[in-house]
Design a protein around this ligand. Sequence first.
Ligand SMILES: [Zn+2]
Length: 192
Amino acid sequence: MGGYGSGRKAWAQSPTESCYRRIDVRRLHRSGLLKPDATGRIIWSRPGRAEELYVLGLQAEGEGLWLWNEPALEKCSMYFVPLSRTPCFKGGARLWFHCPEITCNRRVAVLFGGDLFLCRHCRGLSYDSQRANAFDRQIIRMNRLRQQLDWPGGPLDLRGDKPKGMHWKTFNRLAGEYEQLDELVGEVYGYR
Ligand SMILES: [Zn+2]
């Protein structure tokens, strides 16, 4: 059992996201809510605004997560969010949601509710120009790092290994920066 988000965090995002609740796969993972058969609730509330209480129920099953709005009306109000993993360069794996909108299925770190929790794209969320510019700079920087690391492809491709002849210290610095940027970019846009 577990749950996070009983505070105001979910309501204090950037303006473009302020009217959406959000769930982050990394936070769910840290909370133990993605373990097999784990079940829990996430509660959003605002002090003094009890009537705006919102409760999301969740249960991990197989390679995914059932979600429903509480109080659960009927079983058929549940919907399934698939999970997948990609390898991290430091070992281990990173978890992703897949958008439950069947025609979308984008791999993302964050979903936004709504009656249903969907990816940013399906929610029609966009970033203001300042954030879009920051995003572009991150992509440019990631391409530059890939060149230095001799990794083929672009930011949507998998990370590579340490190039021959590169010091581990250099590799860890560059790959570490790349990983941080990848985390940010993946959270924002998600990718397949
Ligand atoms: Zn989607």
